[in-house]
Design a protein around this ligand. Structure first.
Ligand code: SAM
Length: 279
């Protein structure tokens, strides 16, 4: 079992290493290129909105404190960029210290180079099941666009997230959804060639509730981007304008579909949990 786990970790690291090299545009990596469509940029803004909400709750909870954030499966550091945008939208917030960790050393090298010299920021190669920080030391654990799905032991991962969060701390986690896996509706993925050969898992709301309810009292799960991919297809066919604004408008509207549809029907899901104050 341990050998399988190591093999899987190596396979995932090698897979992501291969994307962290400069792509066709030269200056940006293949990974960045893959996720630079207008729809992806609109999804990024939906992440910013979710982080902004989490940050304002944390600000109320921990007034005047410097917030510590851990980004597990940080890739090339998109999470830090989006966290920075969220902070810019809430200027009264105190600064954040950020640690980003990833199993792919090439991704971490890319992230470190991209944010070189930025104070309060550290990128490190680590397995997210062993976050290199003390118990109850982190205000915000974030994990955006899928790292959670690569865990072979999600129960352990949720326990680890709980371990590092301080009471009142918040985690914003985005596992892959069933829709992404099975291609429900049109356009399972905006990446040209998402490869699930590394046994990444796609989750349903109930599956995630089972995992997170074991450690957290407050678990909220929401879908993001139910319709965006269909709109993208229509734009590709010339049936619609294709300006980036349309995607942000669609994502804002389709947020309401959370009332009617299970979140696993969306392209992404947010699991938002708060560690109880009494722990
Ligand atoms: C789809 S990418 C998302 C990267 C980044 N969060 C983003 O949004 O750009 C998934 C990332 O999870 C990382 N990953 C997978 N398993 C991991 C593990 N056990 N520990 C740390 N990182 C892991 C991969 O190396 C990859 O960079």
């Amino acid at each position: 079992m341990e050998q399988d786990t190591n093999e899987q970790l190596h396979a995932v690291a090698a897979y992501y290493d291969s994307f962290a090299a400069p792509g066709k545009e030269g200056s940006v990596t293949e990974y960045e290129e893959m996720y630079s469509t207008p729809l992806c940029k609109a999804e990024d803004q939906a992440v910013v909105a979710t982080l902004t909400k989490a940050l304002s709750k944390l600000q109320q909870q921990f007034p005047g404190q410097k917030l510590l954030a851990a980004d597990i499966g940080c890739g090339e550091g998109l999470g830090l960029e989006l966290l920075q945008s969220a902070l810019n939208q809430t200027p009264s917030l105190v600064p954040v210290q950020y640690i980003g960790e990833d199993i792919s050393s090439a991704m971490v090298a890319q992230a470190s180079a991209g944010f070189k010299g930025k104070p309060g920021v550290l990128f490190t190669v680590a397995d997210m099941h062993h976050i290199p920080v003390l118990d109850s030391s982190i205000h915000l654990v974030m994990s955006i666009f899928g790292p959670f799905s690569y865990s072979l032991s999600p129960e352990e991962l949720v326990k680890e997230i709980h371990r590092v969060l301080m009471p009142g701390g918040i985690a914003v986690i985005m596992p892959y959804t069933m829709r992404l896996k099975i291609g429900f509706l049109t356009g399972a993925t905006t990446a040209q060639d998402t490869d699930f050969s590394h046994t990444s898992k796609a989750y349903s709301k109930t599956g995630l509730e089972k995992l997170f309810d074991a450690w957290f009292e407050q678990v909220s799960i929401e879908g993001m981007n139910f319709l965006g991919n269909m709109i993208e297809k229509m734009a590709d066919l010339g049936l619609l304008g294709s300006g980036p604004e349309i995607y942000s408008q669609i994502l804002a509207l389709d947020n309401h579909l959370n009332t009617f549809l299970p979140p696993e029907c969306a392209r992404h899901m947010f699991v938002i949990v708060t560690k109880s104050q009494n722990e």
